[in-house]
Design a protein around this ligand. Structure first.
Ligand code: SF4
Length: 370
């Protein structure tokens, strides 16, 4: 009697995962409460079933193309903000390098290296609160133009908060196609890791960028002590803002920061989170970024089986990654093609549903900016 009950439960969960997975393959969406069912999975066999659906959804929408990104830190350390995971905040003693906005040469070198490695995009990253009109914006626009002239690698930027439409428009005029601005976590959890600016400030920046016609690269960091519900809500917010690229960072605790002693997430929990993101954001580039080497170790290659379609390669801002050659070999071994050169032409910057008209990017930005 009880054995029959166990068997029924055993088949119910894979059937439920399959039902939701098939709906996503057919162009439908999972609702928040349904996604929470997936985040709540505990049993290893169920999680592996979920991963295989994450893989199927990735293959369906992304084929075997893997988008590669790298970053160059154009201004390091001494940041006025207090993000508790970040070694570049002036609020913490971390021994992280500090330098002001770099000359053209290191940026040009990073662009050349990215070109050589077949990297799709190289992001110009600066540790400061944000970008205002003035000489610094002129310099940033110059670097973007120089990188654009340099070759096939697309120059992206991640330069913090933007407080006016004019700044976003100037970046667009300089040739910027995509701006990185993570939401970092759920709206509820955000004040737990940053009090110098708000979740709403980040949404407003994204609104300006979208109105300027710049694509959004926005994701977050998992493993900061947030709940599964927070992770689900982060993915839901990313769906709402119409992020085109969704970086998933996994906390790499840095000595000197408030999160230095944070317990790491188990690798299966990380892979499950990636698969849940793929269910919620089926058509987006889900990119595994900082913290993968230290947190996933030998399971790194499973991020693609979980549904990831993009990878941050080269060193991160303040921590080391495995060599690019090793990542390229990993992709070849998996039969994946590390040669993705354009944005998905079907991605209009909406939430990824089939209602493309009602998901126009400006509509989202106006809501955000209201
Ligand atoms: S995450 Fe960005 S804004 Fe926050 S402290 Fe680090 S560099 Fe500054």
């Amino acid at each position: 009697m009880s054995a029959a009950k166990v068997d029924a439960n055993v088949s119910e969960i894979p059937a439920r995962i399959a039902e939701l997975g098939q709906r996503v393959l057919d162009g439908g969406q999972v609702a928040r409460e349904e996604a929470l069912e997936l985040f709540a999975l505990e049993d290893s066999a169920d999680i592996h079933t979920l991963l295989s659906w994450g893989n199927r959804i990735r293959e369906h929408y992304k084929g075997n193309k893997i988008h590669l990104c790298s970053i160059v830190n154009a201004k390091a350390g001494a940041c006025s903000e207090n993000c508790s995971f970040c070694s570049q905040s002036a609020a913490y003693q971390t021994g992280s390098p500090r330098y002001s906005f770099v000359d053209p040469e290191p940026v040009a070198e990073a662009g050349e290296e990215a070109n050589r490695n077949g990297v799709t995009a190289v992001g110009l990253v600066a540790a400061w609160r944000g970008l205002k009109e003035g000489p610094m914006l002129d310099e940033v626009c110059d670097r973007i133009r120089e990188m654009k002239d340099q070759g096939q690698t697309r120059p992206d930027a991640s330069l913090g908060l933007i407080e006016s439409q004019e700044v976003a428009n100037r970046l667009k005029e300089a040739g910027l196609e995509c701006y990185g601005h993570n939401l970092e976590s759920s709206e509820r959890f955000f004040p737990e890791h940053c009090t110098t600016h708000t979740f709403e400030d980040r949404l407003r920046t994204i609104g300006f960028l979208k109105k300027a016609g710049i694509k959004i690269c926005s994701g977050g960091i998992i493993g900061m002590g947030e709940t599964r519900e927070d992770r689900c809500d982060l993915a839901m917010s990313l769906r709402e803002i119409g992020a085109s690229v969704v970086p998933v960072n996994i906390l790499n605790p840095i000595e000197g920061t408030p999160l230095a002693e944070q317990e790491p997430l188990p690798p299966l929990e990380i892979l499950k989170t990636i698969a849940c993101f793929r269910f919620i954001l089926p058509r987006k580039e889900i990119m595994i970024a900082g913290g993968r080497t230290v947190n996933l170790r030998d399971l790194q290659c499973m991020v693609f089986q979980a549904g990831a379609s993009a990878l941050m390669v080269g060193n991160y801002l303040t921590t080391l990654n495995q060599p690019v050659e090793k990542d390229l070999q990993m992709l070849r071994d998996l039969g994946l093609d590390p040669d993705w050169t354009e944005f998905d032409p079907n991605d209009a910057g909406g939430c990824g549903c089939d209602e493309k008209e009602s998901c126009a990017p400006t509509e989202v930005s106006e809501t955000v900016m209201a």
